[in-house]
Structure formats: structure tokens, C-alpha cells
Design a protein around this ligand. Structure first.
Ligand code: SF4
Ligand code: SF4
Length: 372
């Protein structure tokens, strides 16, 4: 995918921080800590779901259980008062914290909300030598990471620098698309403030933003690649002592006139998010989370959680697989040089070095998908 393929569209910003109803997924194993019809506060513990503590994103009233699309949810009605369980103040300096303080805060404060990257950090902090902030935009959905950095660059740099110092990371690096002019301008002024910081401009050809390919490009071992969203979560939890209850999300798609950058509560229905943007799905459209190329499909009755950074509206592809025409594209574009044609056609298992980027399926003119 070339940069020219990434649509340059106007971004419409929308706030959806006061939704009327919030939905928290439950099941028969759920241990509830609130009763039906009880009043609850923002950040109040609602229930334990598969060993995860689930907290309310608003203050309001428990309406009870509701089944939507065969899934069960505890529904909360917002009272719009935003009353917190405990109103904590900002920490003055993250750098005053020790490694143990940070790990305690993260483990206590809401590990259930973190991305896989942050869980990796929590489990491997002692062996990480290089910390990479990736602002790569290899497809439309990843524009969210560039936008979040534009909105919160000073907060993200504060936590990135503090973590690098506290965890004695030898090599903090920012890798950024060579066409992201606004963020490049900001970052190029940072070198005086962060003398150890390495800044790398990279061509944003899919799948160059894959963490393994970033580590290889930068010749790193024992590295951790975090997105701007990961770092903003870390900032919120460590500096503000807050659970992550809100987030920015990008809604994009070929049929949309604009990209929508929505500042929203978590635990809202995707259908409600689409409604506030006035987006009506057409019959032949589907929703993918985080990537049109490798993202799983979601439906409009799913609930927004921290795993979803962007929603792509894509065309349903009902075209059937055809005969391989031996075009060689899948072999040419496989970043691991695996000759995927051989595995696609024989059904043999893919080698362990396959990074699941899905490029070989996406690019295939005969619609022959990767058999996983
Ligand atoms: S085989 Fe396909 S999914 Fe695996 S690395 Fe190559 S292009 Fe990506
Ligand atoms: S891209 Fe598809 S059609 Fe082309 S060689 Fe690979 S499997 Fe065959």
C-alpha cells in the first residue's frame, strides 16, 4: 500500500462524553457488586468479570440486565453529574516515582483496560532495552495514532521520557511516517530537551508499522513498541491516577466524506457512536476494528472497549475464491519472504515466522485467503 492510497480527508471532531446509556458485558459467572436500581458513582466497582474488576465510566443509576444480539449487558443510565468515587489530584512529577511505585499503580489501577502492548510491558519490564513510540500510519485506521499524538504530545512525551528514565531504557526511539508533517515539526524541536532520543522517519508502506518489522528495521532486540494511545493510557493512569474511562476513536471508510475523531466514553454501543456521527451503514458495508487489512469484523451491537482504537467501514466482499493466476504478488509483498502462495494452495501450516499481517490475502487478485 502506497501513501497515496491513504485518503486525505477532513477530520470532524465530535464529543460523545455524555451518552445516556452505558453497556457492560456480563455472563453467568459475573459476581455483581451493585444491585439493580442502585445509584453508582464514576469509577465505582460494578462487578468482577472473569477475574477482571469492571468500573463504571459515569455516575448514574443501574437499570438492570439487558440482552442484545445474544450477549448480556449490565446497563447504566447516566445522571450527567460525573460524580467520582474519589477525586484525586494530579501527581506533580512522574520522575519521583520508583519502578515499584509504577508497577503497583498499574497493577492496582486497572490492568483490565490495558492493551496487549502494556501487558507485555508489565510482564517484561526488566528485559526491555529499547522503547519505541510508533506514530506510523500505514493505513487509514492508523491515523488515530497520529491524531492522538497531535492532541496530547506533551503528556505523551512526559510519560515516554519518565518511563525511559525510571526503567533505565538504553534507547528511547520515536518512529514516524515521513509524511506526518505536523508531528514531525513538533518532534524535531524535541532533540534539545531529550538528548538520548533517537528520531527515525520511515516510509509508511503497509505493513511497516508491524512491531516486529519496526524492531527489525531499527536493528533492535528486546524492544517494546508502544502506540501514542498506549502511552496516553499510561499517562492517565500513572500521572492522573485515573482509570481509563474515555478515549479518542477514529471512524473512517471509503464511503465517508469525513473521518470522524470521536472523544467518547468507553462502554457505549458502536451503533450509538455511528448515530452521533450521523453515519448510516449501507447493506453492503461491514465494520472492521483497527485495520481494514487484518482487523476482525465487529457489529454495531458490540460495545466500545479499549481494544478498539478505530472503526473502518469497509465493503462486504462476497466474491468467491478463484483459481490462482500465478501473479506472484503474494510472494513479492510478503515482508517475511515466505512464499505464501505455496502455503495458500497446499493448505500446509504457515511457518512460525509468519507475522499474521494478512498482506498475502489482501493483495491477492484471485481472493485466495490465508488459511490460518
Ligand atoms: S505469509 Fe502472509 S500473513 Fe504471513 S507474513 Fe507473509 S504476507 Fe504476512
Ligand atoms: S497473489 Fe493470489 S493469484 Fe497471485 S500468486 Fe498469490 S495466490 Fe496466486
Amino acid at each position: 500500500m502506497k501513501k497515496e492510497d491513504i485518503a486525505v480527508k477532513k477530520v470532524k471532531r465530535i464529543d460523545y462524553l455524555s451518552p445516556e446509556y452505558l453497556y457492560f458485558k456480563t455472563d453467568d459467572e459475573t459476581k455483581y457488586l451493585v444491585d439493580g436500581k442502585s445509584k453508582i458513582l464514576k469509577e465505582q466497582l460494578l462487578f468482577n468479570y472473569h477475574n477482571k474488576n469492571i468500573y463504571s465510566t459515569v455516575s448514574g443509576k443501574v437499570l438492570g440486565l439487558k440482552t442484545i444480539d445474544n450477549k448480556n449487558f449490565l446497563v447504566i443510565q447516566n445522571d450527567y453529574k460525573e460524580k467520582y468515587v474519589d477525586n484525586k489530584s494530579l501527581r506533580k512529577k512522574i520522575n519521583d516515582l520508583s519502578k515499584k511505585d509504577i508497577l503497583d499503580i498499574l497493577n492496582e489501577s486497572g490492568a483490565e483496560y490495558y492493551s496487549n502492548n502494556i501487558h507485555y510491558f508489565l510482564n517484561h519490564f526488566d528485559s526491555i532495552e529499547s522503547l519505541v513510540l510508533s506514530l506510523m500510519v500505514c493505513e487509514d485506521a492508523q491515523k488515530i495514532y497520529s491524531n492522538v499524538f497531535l492532541d496530547y504530545n506533551s503528556e505523551i512525551m512526559e510519560i515516554f521520557d519518565a518511563l525511559s528514565q525510571i526503567f533505565e531504557i538504553k534507547s528511547p526511539i520515536i518512529i514516524i511516517s515521513d509524511t506526518d508533517d505536523k508531528n514531525i515539526e513538533y518532534i524535531s524541536n524535541l532533540s534539545g530537551m531529550y538528548p538520548n532520543l533517537r528520531i527515525v522517519l520511515s516510509h509508511d508502506k503497509y505493513p511497516a508499522s508491524h512491531p516486529l518489522l519496526i524492531s527489525r528495521k531499527l536493528s533492535l532486540t528486546n524492544s517494546l513498541v508502544l502506540t501514542s494511545m498506549d502511552l496516553y493510557y499510561l499517562y492517565s493512569v500513572i500521572k492522573r491516577e485515573k482509570r481509563v474511562l474515555e478515549k479518542e476513536i477514529l471512524i473512517t471508510g471509503e464511503s465517508l466524506k469525513y473521518d470522524y475523531l470521536v472523544n467518547t466514553k468507553l462502554n457505549v454501543l458502536i451503533s450509538d457512536l455511528l448515530n452521533v456521527c450521523n453515519i448510516k451503514l449501507k447493506k453492503d458495508e461491514i465494520l472492521c476494528k483497527n485495520s481494514a487489512i487484518m482487523g476482525d469484523t465487529i457489529n454495531s451491537y458490540d460495545v466500545l472497549n479499549t481494544e478498539i482504537d478505530s472503526i473502518v467501514i469497509a465493503q462486504k466482499d462476497d466474491e468467491k475464491e478463484k483459481e490462482c493466476i500465478n501473479c506472484g504478488l503474494c510472494n513479492k509483498f510478503c515482508p517475511q519472504k515466505l512464499n505464501p502462495q505455496r502455503y495458500k494452495l497446499s493448505g500446509r501450516p504457515y511457518p512460525g515466522s509468519c507475522i499474521d499481517c494478512n498482506m498475502c490475502s489482501y493483495i491477492c487478485p484471485a481472493k485466495i485467503g490465508r488459511k490460518r
